[in-house]
Design a binder for this molecule. Structure first.
Ligand code: PHE
Length: 341
């Protein structure tokens, strides 16, 4: 029996030393120490021994089992750290691989169009003015000769912050702020780009959108100056053959007033779905600044005349980029925006 124990010991030690993986080690462990393993069957054979020998052999067997258990644990640790070292050695870094480029952002298509519009007017001698998006009724309506009963003043069209204070519904209040600041200096030649707000939301209207206001004041400014300037703008923006059309219209702060259409960029004026078969698309409102508006803000209408316009930036962008739904600009769909990088 003792000899048998010695044999098991020697064999186990040899096999433990020989295994190369944790899996193999587990198999050896089961064979020696498992329920159906060598040690178990040996201990079962103890019944055949004379009773006086049993304590001695039992003690030796326990000792062997403990020893083997320790050997298995030690070997397992050893195999594990070897595997770890090997994995580290295999994990090579190729320092010649190109780096991962960081994602670089870019300007929003509306910002690009605003910049382009501004660039064209800067080239014609205009300078840029800005005004607040939160306005008083005075600048947004009153000084622009928009009477109290005018539909544009109604609550359903404007966002009021509190009585007499609202989000500007157009960039025209910047006309007033500019005149108050500069009067009676001439010439005045400014554009005012920025956000405006109205209670509207569909495929062609967003509650927030952008306008570029224009204002020119001098002696002898006439409607033909307005038309020439806008024609030049349209040709720089949409191509040298672009046509513009002035349609009589009404704004309380201009007289006469005109809405300006450009020949449909999509169909070239032939008529299509986008221009509703008219061949023309409206991009701005304009007119000769009303004498009362000039006077109220410090310019003598007997001495000076002025024209003004307010351009819809989203409209221009839709035409330039062939985009059919204005909400595309504001839905932040990265697939759409990436096309402008
Ligand atoms: N403010 C007008 C609008 O938003 C546009 C406009 C500006 C018209 C300047 C005439 C002169 O509709």
């Amino acid at each position: 029996m003792q000899k048998k124990l010695q044999e098991i010991h020697n064999q186990a030690v040899a096999e433990i030393a020989a295994v190369q993986t944790e899996d193999e080690l587990k198999q050896v462990q089961v064979r020696f120490l498992g329920k159906k393993g060598e040690m178990t069957s040996l201990l079962r054979g103890m019944g055949q021994l004379p009773p006086e020998e049993r304590p001695l052999v039992g003690g030796l067997a326990n000792q062997l089992r403990d020893e083997l258990t320790n050997l298995f644990t030690a070997r397992e640790e050893e195999l594990r750290s070897t595997a770890r070292r090997k994995a580290m050695a295999d994990e090579q870094v190729d320092v010649t691989l190109p780096g991962k480029p960081p994602m670089i952002g870019h300007l929003h298509p509306l910002t690009l169009i605003m910049d382009e519009i501004a660039e064209i007017f800067l080239g014609m001698g205009f300078t840029i003015k800005e005004g607040p998006e939160i306005e008083t009724e005075y600048y947004n309506f009153e000084a622009l000769n928009i009477p109290r009963e005018h539909p544009a003043r109604e609550m359903q069209d404007s966002f009021y912050i509190r009585p007499e204070v609202l989000l500007r519904t157009h960039t025209s209040p910047v006309q007033i702020r500019t005149m108050e600041e500069l009067a009676p200096q001439v010439p005045v030649r400014i554009i005012a780009p920025g956000k405006v707000y109205r209670r509207d939301d569909d495929a062609t209207h967003s509650p927030m959108f952008h306008q570029v206001e224009g204002l020119v004041i001098d002696r002898d400014i006439s409607l033909s100056d307005l038309k020439g300037t806008l024609l030049l703008f349209a040709r720089q923006m949409f191509g040298p053959k672009q046509q513009v059309r002035l349609r009589p219209s009404f704004f309380p702060f201009t007289e006469p007033s005109a809405e300006v259409d450009i020949a449909c960029v999509i169909c070239g004026g032939q008529g299509c779905r986008v221009c509703k078969d008219s061949g023309w698309i409206e991009i701005l409102g304009s007119g000769m600044v009303h004498p009362r508006v000039l006077e109220l803000s410090g310019y003598d209408p007997e001495e000076y005349t002025a024209y003004a316009f307010g351009m819809g930036v989203e409209r221009v962008a839709m035409l330039k980029y062939g985009i059919g739904d204005l909400r595309m600009f504001f839905s932040n769909d990265i697939r759409m925006l990436r096309q402008f990088s």
